[in-house]
Design a protein around this ligand. Structure first.
Ligand code: NAD
Ligand code: UDP
Length: 329
C-alpha cells in the first residue's frame, strides 16, 4: 500500500509511520511540524518508500501519485497544545479533514479519521460505548478540540453515507509512550518529567478524576487493523484499565524511585471527571485488544525518558496550562 499519514511527525503518527514502513508499505508523511518534529521520523528519512512533506493540511493537500489509504492524524492533541492554538485546531479539524477526505475520495483510497474520546466530553455515561453521544460544552475552552473532532466525525460519516467513500472513524483514548514531548502538559509526560527531575508532581483538582491509559504499541496495532478494513466505525481504541490521576502520580513516583511530593493545582475548566472505553466493538470487529498494562507501559516510557535527560525540558516547572483555573465542577 501507499499510505498518506497526516500528522505523521507527531507522537502517534510517527509510530504509525514506523509500523507501516516495517511491514513494507510506502508512506507519505505530511506534517506542518507545529506540535510534532522532524526528529520523530529521522529514523525513516532516506529510506526508500518514506517521504516527509512539510505542509499545513488546513491550507490544502496536493499529493501526487496513487494512494491506497489516508490516515488523518493531523491535529494538536494535548490540552496545552490545542488551548494555545484554538483557531488552527478548529481549522485542521474542519478544513484539514475536508482536504484529507476529499483526497482519499478522489483517489478511491481508504480514509481513516483519528478522532478522540473527547467527543464524549465530561461523560454522563460510564464507561463510554460508541453509542454514547457525549456531553460537550460547545463554547468552553476545550470545545476548539472536541467540537472540531465532532465536526470531523460528522464530515467523515457524511462522505461515507452520501458519496460512498470508504471511510472509518476511530476514537482514541489517552495514549502514551516514547516520543511524547515532556513539555506537552499531558499527565503521563508531566508526571514522569517532574519525577525524574525531582520536582513536585502537579495534580489538578483532588486527583480523583480518572483516565484509562493505552500504550502506543497497542494503539498502533488497532489503527492499522482499522486502516486495513472497510469498517465505518466509530470504534473506541484504548485500554480499559481505569486509573485515578492521584494513583497515577503515586505509580510514577514508585516506578521512578522519586521522592517528589504531590502539589495540588486548580482543576482546568471542563476537565472530564472520568473516562474509560468500552472496547467490545474493537475486539469483535478488529480482533483487537490492548496487551500492555499501565505499569509495564509506564516502565518502558520512563526508561525512554531516562535515556534522553536533555528532553525533560521545563516540564517540571510548567504545572499550569492555558485554560487552567476555573473549575468545571
Ligand atoms: P501530536 O501533537 O504529537 O501529533 C499531531 C501532529 O499533527 C503533529 O506532528 C503536528 O505537527 C501535526 N499537525 C497539527 N496540525 C497540523 C496541520 N494543520 N497540518 C499538518 N500537520 C499538522 O499528537 P498525537 O498525540 O500524536 O495525536 C495524533 C492524533 O491522534 C490527533 O489527531 C489526536 O487528536 C489523536 N488522538 C490522540 C490521543 C493521544 O492520547 N495521543 C488521544 C485521542 C486522539
Ligand atoms: N492532569 C494533572 N496534572 C498534570 C496534567 C494533567 O492532574 O500535570 C490531569 C488533567 O487535569 C486530567 C488528566 O490529568 O484530569 C489527564 O490530562 P491530560 O492533559 O493528559 O489529557 P486529557 O485526558 O485531559 O485530554
Amino acid at each position: 500500500m501507499r499510505v498518506l499519514v497526516t500528522g505523521g511527525a507527531g507522537f502517534v503518527g510517527s509510530h504509525l509511520c514506523d509500523a507501516l514502513i516495517a511491514r513494507g508499505d510506502a508512506v507519505v508523511c505530511v506534517d506542518d511540524l507545529s506540535t510534532g518534529c522532524a526528529g520523530n521520523v529521522s529514523q525513516l528519512t532516506g529510506l526508500a518508500g518514506f517521504e516527509l512533506v512539510v505542509a499545513d493540511v488546513s491550507a490544502g493537500l496536493a499529493i501526487d501519485g496513487p494512494l491506497d489509504a489516508v490516515a488523518h492524524l493531523a491535529s494538536p492533541a494535548s490540552p496545552r497544545d490545542y488551548l494555545a492554538r484554538p483557531l488552527p485546531t478548529l481549522a485542521v479539524g474542519s478544513r484539514g479533514t475536508e482536504h484529507a477526505i476529499r483526497l482519499a475520495h478522489d483517489r478511491r483510497a481508504r480514509f481513516l479519521l483519528a478522532s478522540t474520546s473527547e467527543v464524549y466530553g465530561d461523560p454522563a455515561v460510564h464507561p463510554q460505548p460508541e453509542s454514547y453521544w457525549g456531553n460537550v460544552n460547545p463554547v468552553g475552552p476545550r470545545s476548539v478540540y472536541d467540537e472540531a473532532k465532532r465536526f470531523a466525525e460528522a464530515l467523515t460519516a457524511a462522505y461515507a453515507r452520501e458519496l460512498g467513500t470508504n471511510a472509518g472513524i476511530i476514537r482514541i483514548f489517552n495514549t502514551y509512550g516514547p516520543r511524547m514531548k515532556a513539555t506537552d502538559g499531558r499527565v503521563v509526560t508531566s508526571f514522569i518529567a517532574q519525577a525524574l527531575r525531582g520536582r513536585p508532581l502537579t495534580v489538578y483538582g483532588d486527583g480523583s478524576q480518572t483516565r484509562s491509559f493505552c500504550y502506543i504499541d497497542d494503539l498502533v496495532r488497532g489503527v492499522i487493523a482499522m486502516l486495513d478494513r472497510a469498517e465505518p466505525g466509530p470504534i473506541n481504541l484504548g485500554n480499559d484499565e481505569e486509573i485515578p490521576v492521584i494513583d497515577l502520580a503515586r505509580m510514577v513516583r514508585r516506578l521512578t524511585g522519586s521522592a517528589s511530593p504531590v502539589e495540588y493545582r486548580p482543576l482546568p475548566a471542563d476537565d472530564p471527571a472520568r473516562r474509560r472505553p468500552v472496547i467490545a466493538k474493537a475486539a469483535e470487529v478488529l480482533g483487537w485488544s490492548p496487551a500492555v498494562p499501565a505499569e509495564e507501559g509506564l516502565r518502558r516510557t520512563i526508561a525512554w525518558f531516562r535515556s534522553r535527560p536533555e528532553g525533560l525540558g521545563e516540564a517540571a516547572q510548567a504545572g499550569a496550562r492555558p485554560g487552567a483555573g476555573a473549575t468545571g465542577r
